[in-house]
Design a binder for this molecule. Sequence first.
Ligand SMILES: [Zn+2]
Length: 67
Amino acid sequence: MKDKTIICIQCENEFVVTPSEQKRCIYRDFDMPKRCPECRKHKAKIKQPEEWGKKGKHRRVREEQFD
Ligand SMILES: [Zn+2]
């Protein structure tokens, strides 16, 4: 297996997926990454546990209003 160059769908920079990463994707039945490590890091930052907590609260309020 060789290094695979993929263009990030977010920032359109090229990044390399190493053979070991490719094998891991195949083994776990994952798709090849579509974003470069930088964008993935940024995306991970957005998903803070605090944010999820806030969303849950909003949903509960909306459900109460429906009743
Ligand atoms: Zn990117």
